[in-house]
Design a protein around this ligand. Sequence first.
Ligand code: ZN
Length: 151
Amino acid sequence: MFSLGDLYQQVIIDHTKSPRNFGKLDPCNHDAEGYNPLCGDQLHVYVQVNDSNIIENIKFEGQGCSISTASASLMTESLKGKSLADFERLFDAFHKMATADLSEQPDQDVLGKLAVLAGVKEFPSRIKCATLCWHTLKSAIDDAAEPARTE
Ligand code: ZN
C-alpha cells in the first residue's frame, strides 16, 4: 500500500544526501547567515535578485541536521526563477504548515514539493530546523544586519 509517510521520508533523505544548489553563489546581491541554537544548524544563504524582483539564482552552504539541509535544498529548488512576491507567499504558507495543528493538511497547491516537510510538526524540536533557511533567506532579502536566529 502507498504510504505518504514513506514518500516524504524518501524525498527528505534524497535532499539530505545530495542537496541541490549547495555552495557559494558569486556574484550575489543578498546573503545572510542563520543559526538555530537549539540544534546547532548553521546556514549561509546567497541570492541573486534581478531588477524585476525575480530570484535569478539562490544557493546555500552550511552545516546542519538532515531536516535543515533538506529544507534548504527544497527551498532553493522551489524559489529559483520565482518573484519576491512568490517568496513572501511561500514563506507564509511554509510557516503556517510547520506550525499548524497536526490534523491540518498542508496547502499542496501553493507548497508543491515543500509539503513533504509537513511531518516536522510532529516533532516540535525540529520545526526550527525546517524554518531556519526561510528566516535566513528573509533576512538576506531584507538586508538585515544581524544574522537570522530561530531563538
Ligand atoms: Zn536541526
